[in-house]
Ligand binder design. Sequence first.
Ligand code: NAD
Ligand code: LMR
Length: 328
Amino acid sequence: MSKKPVRVAVTGAAGQIGYALLFRIASGEMLGKDQPVILQLLELPIEKALEALRGVMMELEDCAFPLLAGMEAHSDPMTAFKDTDYALLVGARPRGPGMERADLLAANAQIFTAQGKALNAVASRDVKVLVVGNPANTNAYIAMKSAPDLKPGNFTAMLRLDHNRAASQIAAKTGKPVSAIKKLAVWGNHSPTMYADYRFATIDGASVKDTINDQAWNKDVFLPTVGKRGAAIIAARGVSSAASAANAAIDHMRDWALGTHGEWVTMGVPSNGEYGIPKDVMFGFPVTCENGEYKIVEGLPIDEFSQACIDKTLAELIGERDAVQDLL
Ligand SMILES: NC(=O)c1ccc[n+]([C@@H]2O[C@H](COP(=O)([O-])OP(=O)(O)OC[C@H]3O[C@@H](n4cnc5c(N)ncnc54)[C@H](O)[C@@H]3O)[C@@H](O)[C@H]2O)c1
Ligand SMILES: O=C(O)C[C@H](O)C(=O)O
């Protein structure tokens, strides 16, 4: 018997990540090749954005995806998030010329407060929310705090792109395939302060740390390369990463919904005090997923270098949290 369709809301649906994301969701790459989906697409209530969305929807229609059970365009989160089971919050206010970081945080606080409230009011009580729009961790924190009737654990931020970037750099360094890498972790903020940590990672069963055996490479090449990869792509392409970001969003949601079979992945999730991270800070942690739930991998030893890296990315997140506190 065929499965009942699930509702997937995507914001910023006419943007460049949206264009790389929607077709893959509709083809079953996110929730499985047997899971029909209804897309609930949100764009800004401006003619240009809604017209672009109309074009994307025509293209989705023209793919004749067997799993696409319905499609709706919205310009109000209160209707876009109605009964939604999954919400990918991609649309955000980009930094404009002369805009200070505080202005950016304030503009996004407004968007994610409204979207958090709408999710709180109308989404499925089990909705799985992934925030992609930057600053992703703090936007996810804002949405979570604006949705007091939903469990904090319903809200997550995207660190998977950093995780995938780290895996590819390690594969290139060791000459092994990415599929052979297990137990990688990225701690903290989706920003250059994030700490990609391969101390526990294995590659074909062997320790990645022992195989590479080069702390200078870790500190001076690997961490800056992964941390500044987003900026490097913007410099090269003139616009920010889109296909790789959409791919990471698919990976994140697929693993959360369908499980990781014991493998570690990285998700930005609200802390419950693990590793000394204050409660509710939306922090990148290694997790495993099973039965639609994620679980933080606990009890890993944190050495002095790692603690300093974690402290740095945490300080940045606390600063962002404090900057938006009065806006919540
Ligand atoms: N977390 C990550 O790893 C990661 C990676 C890459 C990009 N990003 C971020 O993802 C976001 C989207 O990137 P993009 O390249 O698709 O941008 P884009 O500018 O191409 O598209 C964004 C779309 O969102 C829409 N939008 C803006 N505010 C909205 C709102 N309040 N409600 C609904 N729609 C809204 C815009 O109209 C636009 O169509 C950016 O914030 C970018 O920095 C995050
Ligand atoms: O949009 C950006 O600033 C970069 C993006 O978050 C990325 O990591 O590619």
